[in-house]
Write a protein that binds this ligand. Structure first.
Ligand SMILES: C[S@@+](CC[C@H](N)C(=O)[O-])C[C@H]1O[C@@H](n2cnc3c(N)ncnc32)[C@H](O)[C@@H]1O
Length: 280
């Protein structure tokens, strides 16, 4: 079994390497995919002027910028991410009341009892030891502080992620098998697990609300297929496949996505949890 340190090192290597590069390259489409979720999760955070916030796993800092606008000139937002290239991109557009740091949210030494809100858009599902990571975030909050984040539900509830993978997998080298609790985008899919983690970490008044939204995957099927080998769960398998196998996998994705192509783009259902909790 891998240690927490091994799992953290794996995530750091991924997000500083292919994961971060892929995220940057695909970011325009990702941003378009997240428009609806973004609106809901920012409203859910219920940010007030003058507050101090942490944006966990802030990536390129788009949510950090929106939060910085919401807290106004008397508030401050700290964007933290394990990925150097993503923080570099975030710093390039930093608002005056936002600052960025490269660090692991599980162990970063935040100022204790200083923050009103710990926020995250899809940045908290990658911890090797989530209870201790959330304890670390809990320590940073004032006793009146709160937590608000959005995460994916299970893969079965997220056809936008599962459908292309299921179609292509038979033709590609085996994909890494992740257990439901292994760090990764679906590791917070199970409601009971999220509740247990947050309660053990010291949070109270937990709320998990389902949010179901269609996810924009690309303007047409050809674009989705062209992107499948660049970023996401299939990228590595495509890189290791023979050209013939890769062509078959592309054909299989094309076939399975065809019914989902609409004039507004290729859209498949997505399912998230909107999570909130209080520090005490
Ligand atoms: C799916 S991306 C989301 C990025 C951003 N929140 C957004 O919505 O655009 C996940 C982010 O979490 C970051 N991340 C993963 N593990 C982390 C950790 N332990 N501490 C801080 N950031 C982490 C990754 O580098 C990546 O930027």
């Amino acid at each position: 079994m891998k240690s927490t340190a091994d799992l953290a090192a794996e995530q750091a290597a991924f997000w500083n390497g292919p994961g971060g590069q892929g995220w940057l390259a695909a970011y325009q489409r990702i941003q378009r995919s997240l428009v609806d979720i973004n609106r809901v999760v920012l409203a859910h955070a219920d940010v007030r002027p003058g507050e101090r916030l942490i944006d966990v796993g802030c990536g390129t800092g788009d949510t950090t910028a929106a939060l910085a606008a919401a807290v106004g000139p008397t508030g401050r937002v700290l964007g933290l991410d394990i990925s150097e290239p993503l923080i570099e991109a975030a710093r390039a557009n930093a608002a005056r009341n936002a600052s960025f740091v490269v660090g692991d949210a599980a162990t970063h030494s935040f100022e204790a009892g200083a923050f009103d809100l710990v926020f995250s858009r899809f940045g908290v599902m990658f911890f090797g030891e989530p209870v201790s990571a959330f304890r670390n975030l809990h320590r940073a909050l004032k006793s009146s502080g709160r937590l608000a984040f959005v995460c994916w539900r299970t893969p079965q509830e997220n056809p936008w992620g599962l459908v292309p993978v299921r179609a292509a997998a038979p033709f590609l080298p085996p994909l890494p098998k992740l257990g439901p609790e292994d760090p990764g985008q679906y590791s917070f899919g199970d409601r009971a697990r999220v509740e247990r983690i947050l309660m053990e970490a010291g949070f109270a008044a937990l709320s998990l609300k389902p949010l179901d939204v269609p996810i924009f995957m690309g303007k047409d099927v050809a674009e989705v297929v062209a992107n499948a080998d660049r970023f996401g769960p299939l990228a590595r398998a495509f890189a290791e496949a023979t050209p013939e196998a890769a062509d078959k996998a592309r054909a299989a994705i094309t076939e399975v996505l065809a019914p989902h192509a609409k004039p507004e783009g290729v859209l498949l259902p997505g399912a998230c949890w909107l999570v909130s909790a209080k520090a005490s």
